[in-house]
Write a protein that binds this ligand. Structure first.
Ligand SMILES: Cc1cc2nc3c(=O)[nH]c(=O)nc-3n(C[C@H](O)[C@H](O)[C@H](O)COP(=O)(O)O)c2cc1C
Length: 163
């Protein structure tokens, strides 16, 4: 099974996780970048990022290559923003709605406190599916390394590799 990891990361935690998963599964990495950058600094990010979610924004993305025919599985990676996925994923999903038909999906989230389950629910809604094949949630894995994170990443990758 060939997988693509489609992800957005503002501060590197999701990026850190995506690269580990790619190393362990051989999945291709497709990193989403917005044309207009979100600001730096905690409060500015909370304000503008939160607004972006609440307003239902679909921020324009820098060009990316997604050759859908190559993949059976799409693994979405996102920070949890206001208990849902970050808006750049929304842009990607809506831009590729037809290409995503018939694929299997998994997801991983990075968060500070939680909101991962709600994020998976929202992802399933926008994708129009009932189940994600595998899920993984980690609390700020780059900024606050936890001893168990590697085991969780390994379990997620083993599941992906077994599909
Ligand atoms: C706009 C915004 C909203 C956030 N909302 C949540 C939230 O609802 N729950 C939570 O636990 N963390 C929340 N966070 C924290 C991030 O999900 C967390 O720090 C994540 O690890 C960041 O991933 P990144 O480094 O890949 O951007 C939020 C961060 C931002 C910028």
């Amino acid at each position: 099974m060939k997988a693509a990891i489609v992800y957005f990361s503002l501060n590197g935690n999701t990026d850190f996780t995506a690269k580990k998963i790619a190393d362990k599964t051989g999945a291709d990495l497709i990193k989403l970048t917005t044309v207009k950058a979100y600001p730096t600094g905690y409060w500015k990010q909370m304000f503008w990022g939160g607004k972006s979610v609440v307003m239902g924004e679909k921020p324009k993305l820098e060009p990316y290559t997604f050759d859908a025919d190559k993949y059976d599985m799409i693994v979405f990676g996102t920070p949890v923003w206001a208990s849902t996925f970050a808006p750049p994923l929304k842009t990607f999903i809506l831009e590729n709605k037809d290409k995503l038909k018939g694929k299997r999906f998994s997801a991983f989230t990075c968060f500070t406190q939680g909101g991962d389950e709600k994020t998976y629910k929202k992802l399933k809604e926008i994708l129009g599916i009932d189940e994600l094949s595998a899920v993984l949630g980690l609390a700020d894995p780059k900024d606050k390394p936890a001893p168990d994170n590697e085991n969780k990443i390994n379990a997620f990758c083993e599941k992906l590799n077994s599909l």
